[in-house]
Write a protein of this length. Structure first.
Length: 347
């Protein structure tokens, strides 16, 4: 039988989730917004310059690199839109808020990389087969050199480093709120990370174009190097998207978040004094950086339920820094030993 809902007192007498009218976003989202805005501006300006340079050089490699920049610019706009959507308040229909808009934006960004890469590979193969093209090596060399520099600048703008500042809430079966200010494992913003991967792909392709331009400047007869470099570096770009796609799939399929091990969480809860058993342990993530947990904990009769709830919440927040934790306290029953549902997943 379930005990009555328990309200735990927070360390202070009052706690509010509202960040205030002047700060609708947390610092990480503000930083992500600034990074994407600056990078998008750089991307748009140089994309226009690269289109002009590619046209003057008659270089398909530079033109396709400009097309890749166009995709990057579009993906950054998608990411900015998704960040704005995720900052909107929760509603009765969308009661978790719009947090996963970031994940959808990252997914669209990855898919756009695949589409453009497919086009680049097709055009490279077509050029190898036909051989009907001429390239102005000098203009191509200057333009591709500038492209490498711009991609390095955008990479520095979008690079994420350091350690995040943990912010978490512990919830008992009555919505207990605990505020943890301890530093947590750094989690990258998925939208900025996707944009950074875009820039890596652009840098690799621009580097390939620069090498090709250098060779063609001195050896114009080696023009087939242009499509070959495009083909090789496009294949590398596809590989860089796999880690982002994996993280997106884990979130959408509500798998264990990165850095949170199911068995470790279960063992930690069972080690709390007074806990006899647990079941319905579920761990998932709203986004890559927001793990969530819910669990039913069974305690022996005459055990202080409030003390167990406080201890379990403190252990979880101290080690894993969950965004939200919901714990329901129940009376322990011997039947739980033979109940398959109470045993939890075995694999």
């Amino acid at each position: 039988m379930d005990l009555q809902p328990i309200e735990l007192a927070a360390k202070s007498n009052h706690y509010c989730h509202q960040k205030g009218p002047d700060s609708p976003w947390d610092p990480k989202k503000k930083q992500a917004w600034r990074q994407l805005c600056v990078a998008a501006a750089f991307c748009l300006l140089f994309m226009i310059g690269e289109v002009i340079g590619g046209y003057l050089a008659h270089s398909l490699a530079i033109m396709t690199d400009a097309a890749h920049l166009l995709t990057d610019f579009a993906s950054m706009l998608i990411s900015l839109f998704s960040l704005w959507m995720s900052s909107r308040p929760a509603t009765k229909t969308m009661n978790f808020g719009w947090q996963r808009a970031e994940i959808l934006g990252a997914l669209l960004s990855v898919l756009s990389i695949w589409v453009v890469t497919g086009v680049l590979v097709y055009l490279a193969v077509e050029r190898l087969i036909s051989g009907n093209y001429e390239i102005v090596g000098g203009t191509m060399l200057i333009t591709s050199g500038c492209a490498v520099v711009v991609n390095i600048i955008m990479g520095f703008i979008l690079h994420q480093s350091g350690h995040g500042h943990g912010h978490s809430h512990g919830h008992g079966h009555g919505h207990d709120h605990g505020h943890s200010d301890s530093a947590s494992q750094h989690q990258e913003n998925p939208s900025v990370r996707a944009a950074f991967i875009h820039v890596i792909g652009d840098f690799l392709q621009s580097l390939g174009v620069l090498v090709a331009a250098y060779i063609l400047y001195f050896k114009p007869e080696y023009k087939y190097i242009d499509p070959i470099c495009t083909f090789l570096f496009s294949v590398l770009v596809l590989g860089t998207t796999l880690t982002i796609l994996r993280d997106v799939i884990v979130v959408l399929m509500e798998g264990d978040p990165k850095g949170v091990d199911f068995t470790a969480v279960r063992d930690l809860l069972l080690s709390v004094e007074g806990v006899e058993a647990l079941h319905n342990l579920h761990i998932w993530a709203l986004t890559v950086a927001q793990p969530v947990l819910s669990v039913h904990i069974a305690i022996a009769r005459n055990t202080d339920a409030q003390a167990v709830l406080k201890a379990a919440s403190a252990c979880l927040q101290g080690k894993f820094h969950f965004h939200t934790v919901t714990i329901q306290i129940e009376d322990y029953s011997e039947d739980m030993k033979d109940c398959q549902s109470c045993q939890g997943p075995s694999a």
